[in-house]
Design a protein around this ligand. Structure first.
Ligand SMILES: [Zn+2]
Length: 208
């Protein structure tokens, strides 16, 4: 048991940002949900980020992805409201394609973070549907600790489609864009399958 001991028993959850026992995001830290939408570009891929990367946003995403607080998907959905507004402007019927997780990460977490985020968006956009069509090869290494060039090499040719995407209008969805290696590979794979990729939607853009 951690240093707070008894408090962990009384309040099994803690704030993702300040880590005090209580709700999974306390009132003092909910400033992290204030959207700061901006356009980003990585190579050929244009995208929209809901907010900039900060220590607080990083903690929120780590709690969501790696500490089992997947209930935070709802709060992250709130943060992604500007992305929803953007999707509502597009006249086409849209498919939201989540970035694929490594098999090992999926086994460890029990869920695919980008899929939960895509569902949050689709729940708010009547003209959008989630299409979880990308699979990642089992040979792909964890991107953490790799240089930008290594990340691109690690992912090159690593994705395939589990269904036809031909003619569909698509947005890619991920939690964070850093070097852009993941969205670039996803963009290439989905485009090669005949989809029209309008861009990428992420919670946060981190500088590479
Ligand atoms: Zn807090």
């Amino acid at each position: 048991m951690s240093k707070t001991g008894l408090l962990d028993v009384i309040f099994p959850s803690r704030c993702a940002v300040c880590e005090l026992p209580g709700p999974n995001l306390c009132q003092g830290c909910d400033f992290v949900l204030e959207p700061k939408p901006h356009v980003f570009q990585r190579g050929k891929v244009l995208g929209l980020a809901a907010t900039s990367y900060s220590a607080e946003v990083a903690k929120l995403l780590i709690a969501f992805k790696d500490r089992g607080q997947f209930a935070l998907a709802r709060e992250l959905g709130q943060l992604m409201e500007p992305l929803v507004n953007e999707l509502l402007q597009v006249p086409n019927y849209l498919y939201l394609v989540p970035a694929p997780s490594r098999v090992q990460n999926f086994a460890k977490r029990g869920f695919q973070p980008s899929l939960l985020l895509a569902r949050q968006l689709a729940n708010r956009v009547p003209t959008a549907k989630v299409m979880n069509c990308l699979l990642l090869g089992s040979e792909v290494r964890d991107q953490v600790g790799l240089s930008s060039a290594e990340r691109f090499r690690n992912l090159s040719g690593s994705m395939r489609l589990n269904q036809s995407v031909a003619g569909k209008t698509v947005f890619l969805v991920d939690d964070v864009v850093t070097t852009g290696a993941t969205i670039t590979e996803a963009w290439a794979t989905v485009s090669l399958g005949g989809a029209i990729v309008l861009g990428a939607l992420v919670v946060s853009e981190a500088r590479a």
